[in-house]
Write a protein that binds this ligand. Structure first.
Ligand code: HEC
Ligand code: HEC
Length: 457
């Protein structure tokens, strides 16, 4: 079914820039953030509030859908820190905003300018400060005391310690690796297991009492990066708010452990799952485009890997698809290919497998919040229970097949019948994709999404 829902856009909450962030940050704001046009609050409400909530309590409209849950800036400590007092530096926050957290729904924001990301760092710090001051106020009130907000603010300590640096390299040798393994078995295997899969401890909880597993190194998805410095910092600083403890060892043992942990990590996995904001430009084909996914014309068109992030991270998940984008004289076509060894076979309680292409008709779409009310979008959808279709009034043809454990699907659309904003232009239109694998438990609440990309001429 094609659902061209053209809803009217409801005005974004904050066109007025409150000066919250610049009042509350400690230390001088970076030059960039003081520029008038970069407004942390506005950026936050658009890009972050859907998950983290308008006031940073981790209670945005998308929060209930995602697992692990978005950080609540009032209570919860930051995990990806480089300091030994557990408080993130401005750079730590900048890095997590830039790269996102693969292994969770926290998306990367590389597409925002340096100034914008810097303004977001300041805003998040200001927000954290304000929310924690309120927590202190609430504690005081419980004890029958009154604590003015300004005084509470002064009691919030968020000064990061010095960043820890790698000790001088001790190169890997068989002896050192064996030492590393011994240290690992003693200090790490109780949670991460000897084989590095971290699945046997089912009793671990994060600081909000939610179940959490130790990282499965063999899956290769490390939230804070896979460089030696990243690994060293996670081990040396721990991950505040999670059971992952700080572990400080002499230089030789530190390197022994690092080499051992590195040897467990599946290379390339994280890169495969990292969402990269991309501009897709249709390739012009010689002949005519064909909605048949097996048609020879598609062999001419180059294919790109597009990662999707599941809202809920489980071991069973769709991790991405291959995308071809092409056009001929009169049509534009998208061909998607993704692995699914359990094609939908009907059944009342199984969500059909679906693929959705969502075009935002809004200049600066709110990030990553599927179907947020009031946000206008043009939606192309295919689902296994309804099957392939052709709809003349909109000039759309959709054909699929399932072969060798994967779906191949083509959306073909007449250029003339595209709505103006989705029409092919130099500046392009924001486009996002969504895949559901019913057999793996996907549903309206559990799906696999991309960040907003762009489709442009
Ligand atoms: C789709 C939901 C979503 C959006 C949108 C989102 N986040 Fe997050 N964010 C998360 C989740 C989930 C986590 C926790 C991940 C985990 O614990 O593994 C997180 C964690 C964080 C953290 C904590 C990092 C740490 O070291 O513990 C910060 C800071 C953060 N987000 C900032 C932002 C900012 C700033 C934006 C907007 C520019 C943003 N997030 C947008 C879901 C989101
Ligand atoms: C008490 C249990 C526990 C012990 C002991 C433990 N870890 Fe962890 N570790 C965890 C948990 C839980 C996480 C995941 C935290 C999260 O997702 O926020 C984790 C995450 C990690 C990460 C992943 C960081 C990332 O970027 O994703 C590394 C690396 C790591 N541990 C290394 C070690 C090493 C090395 C040791 C031994 C010196 C060790 N851990 C000991 C529980 C433990």
């Amino acid at each position: 079914m094609i659902l061209p829902t053209i809803t009217r856009f409801a005005l974004a909450p904050a066109t007025v820039c409150l000066a919250l962030a610049s009042v509350l940050i400690d230390g001088p704001p970076p030059a960039a953030a003081s520029q008038q046009h970069v407004c942390g609050r506005r950026l936050y409400l658009r890009n972050c509030a859907p998950c983290h909530g308008d006031s940073g309590l981790g209670d945005g409209p998308g929060a209930a859908l995602v697992d692990p849950a978005p950080r609540d800036f009032s209570q919860v400590r930051f995990r990806l820190v480089s300091t030994d007092n557990g408080i993130p530096t401005r750079q730590d926050l900048f890095d997590v905003i830039t790269h996102g957290i693969v292994g969770s729904a926290m998306p990367p924001h590389e597409h925002l300018s340096l100034e914008e990301r810097s303004a977001l760092v300041d805003f998040v710090r200001g927000l954290t400060r304000a929310r924690r001051a309120e927590v202190l106020q609430a504690h005081a009130a419980e004890n029958g005391e009154s604590l003015p907000f300004e005084v509470a603010l002064e009691q919030v300590h968020l000064e990061p310690g010095a960043s820890v640096a790698l000790p001088p390299l001790v190169p890997s040798t068989p002896e050192l690796l064996a030492e590393g393994r011994r240290s690992y078995v003693m200090h790490c295997a109780p949670c991460h297991d000897e084989d590095g899969r971290g699945r046997s401890r089912t009793d671990l909880l994060d600081e909000r009492g939610r179940p959490i597993f130790a990282r499965d190194f063999t899956a290769g998805i490390l939230k804070g990066g896979t460089s030696r410095l990243d690994l060293f910092r996670r081990i040396r600083c721990g991950m505040p708010g999670s059971p992952m403890p700080r572990f400080e060892a002499p230089e030789r043992e530190s390197w022994a452990l690092l080499h051992h942990v590195e040897s467990l990590i599946q290379p390339g996995a994280k890169e495969r799952l990292t969402q990269v904001h991309t501009v897709f430009r249709p390739e012009r084909v010689e002949g005519r485009l064909d909605a048949d996914p097996a048609a020879a014309v598609w062999n001419e068109v180059s294919s790109r890997w597009v990662a999707v992030a599941p809202l809920q991270w489980t071991d069973e998940r769709v991790d991405g698809f291959h995308l071809q984008v092409a056009r001929d004289e009169s049509s534009v076509g998208l061909r998607l290919v993704w692995e699914d060894s359990t094609p939908w076979a009907g059944g009342e309680n199984v969500t059909p497998d679906t693929a959705t292409v969502r075009f935002s008709l809004f200049e600066d779409p709110q990030f990553f919040c599927p179907g947020r009310e009031g946000e206008s979008a043009e939606i192309w959808q295919w689902q296994t229970d309804l099957g392939d279709y052709r709809f003349e009034p909109l000039g759309v043809v959709v054909e699929s097949r399932h072969e060798d454990g994967r779906y191949e699907l083509v959306f073909l659309r007449e250029l003339e019948k595209l709505p103006e904003r989705v029409g092919m232009s130099e500046e392009g239109v924001s486009v996002a994709f969504e895949l559901r694998n019913g057999a793996a438990g996907d549903s309206d609440r559990s799906q696999n999404l991309t960040v907003w990309h762009r489709l442009a001429e």
